[in-house]
Design a protein around this ligand. Structure first.
Ligand code: SF4
Length: 217
């Protein structure tokens, strides 16, 4: 583990978040299995990291009560039920757009269902984060969102936004240090609500598993 990673882990703990290091995807899956219990009620944000790590396969197994908002053929009512189930569920799984050396979690959402669950509702939040998402500070985290995370998610989700075709946030054409409101004005914009999790009041509600391999974007 390099010194930057050690700083991140130490500062997450100082911020009352439980930090785990898993060398590879298999180790991530092992840590997740050890956290869960049979019949646990689980919800999740849409996340490439969860899919790539194999965690999605674990949480969607019949051993748990998983509300799968990405289930093929899901009705709008079932999808809304999955969002509502986050309130009071045992575990909410997602990734983080960035994790800073100070142990802050930086995230942006279009409809805020993920960031709202990170801050309130689920009894435990479990984040699966590849080393590629570690940044120096919040500003670098916001830039990471504009340069990498948001454009790639717009491509994945086929959003009608300029970054889906250019691969870069429109705000970067104006400045290399855009504000949070800069960027496109499209209806399908996904950079609407920004969340920074700093020191938490409830110790170890948020669990961050940092994987030594790259995951998601
Ligand atoms: S503001 Fe618009 S163009 Fe910029 S990353 Fe977000 S969705 Fe893409």
């Amino acid at each position: 583990m390099d010194s930057q990673l050690q700083r991140v882990m130490k500062n997450l703990e100082l911020n009352n978040m439980k930090a785990y290091y898993a060398e590879d995807k298999a180790a991530v899956c092992k840590t997740v299995r050890e956290m869960l219990f049979g019949g646990a009620v689980i919800t999740a944000g849409g996340s490439v990291s969860l899919k790539e790590s194999g965690v999605w396969d674990i949480i969607s197994s019949p051993e748990y009560k998983f509300y799968d908002r990405l289930k093929p053929g899901i009705s709008e009512e079932e999808r809304l039920e999955a969002f509502r189930a986050a309130i009071g569920c045992d575990f909410f799984f997602c990734s983080s757009n960035a994790v800073t050396e100070n142990g802050e979690l930086v995230n942006v959402d279009g409809s805020a269902n993920r960031i709202s669950s990170i801050v309130f509702g689920p009894k435990k939040v479990v984040m699966i984060v590849g080393v590629n998402k570690i940044v120096r500070d919040v500003d670098e985290g916001l830039l990471r969102i504009k340069r990498t995370a948001a454009p790639k998610n717009c491509i994945r989700l086929d959003k009608d936004t300029p970054c889906r075709t250019t691969g870069r946030c429109a705000s970067l054409e104006k400045s290399e240090c855009p504000s949070m409101t800069d960027g496109c004005r499209r209806t399908e914009r996904i950079c609407a609500d920004y969340l920074v999790c700093a020191r938490q009041c409830e110790k170890d509600r948020i669990n961050v598993i940092i994987c030594g391999e790259k995951l998601g974007y």
